[in-house]
Design a protein around this ligand. Structure first.
Ligand code: HEC
Length: 136
């Protein structure tokens, strides 16, 4: 192999090994497990959701894809921006109720345990879900 070929081969290896994975990583945006960027006030709640709810529920804004329970984007999405403002409070109350008391309707096979979070965390997560559901 001539020296020139050798150098070009080295460059090629470098591109494949470093540049492509790096570009792919950057393309994911914030690089953190597919979560979307949320206002700083909701970041803590987003992490709480990933850890405590994400194994069962899919939610685009949290980057979770749990499929044991209803997809919360589909279940709670407002139909448009105008509706969002008027429904965010009631959605928040609905999510809070689910977290505090659990859900066990006879229509779906699974059930959701109540009391996973303390009161403050439950409120934060409810607000996060209500404000971001349906963003995907
Ligand atoms: C062990 C799995 C599991 C975990 C963890 C879990 N859920 Fe659920 N969740 C379910 C199941 C199953 C249902 C549907 C129950 C039914 O319809 O009978 C449900 C239903 C819901 C509903 C719908 C209630 C309604 O009004 O229709 C909301 C909202 C919800 N969960 C939010 C959350 C949040 C927020 C968390 C995290 C704090 C969470 N869930 C954690 C399993 C889970």
């Amino acid at each position: 192999m001539s020296k020139r070929t050798f150098i070009w081969f080295g460059v090629l290896v470098l591109v494949l090994a470093v540049v492509i994975p790096f570009a792919a990583f950057r393309a994911k945006g914030d690089g953190e497990e597919g979560e979307t960027k949320v206002p700083a006030s909701l970041e803590n709640a987003q992490s709480l959701f990933v850890v405590n709810c994400g194994t069962c529920h899919a939610l685009y804004s949290a980057g979770t894809d749990g499929n044991y329970a209803p997809n919360l984007d589909e279940l709670l999405a407002p139909s448009g921006p105008a509706e969002k403002e008027s429904t965010v409070k009631s959605t928040e109350a609905r999510v809070l109720n689910a977290i505090e008391n659990g859900v066990d309707s006879s229509t779906t096979p699974g059930r959701m345990p109540g009391g996973i979070l303390n009161e403050e965390q439950a409120q934060q997560v409810s607000e996060f879900v209500a404000r971001t559901a349906g963003e995907g």
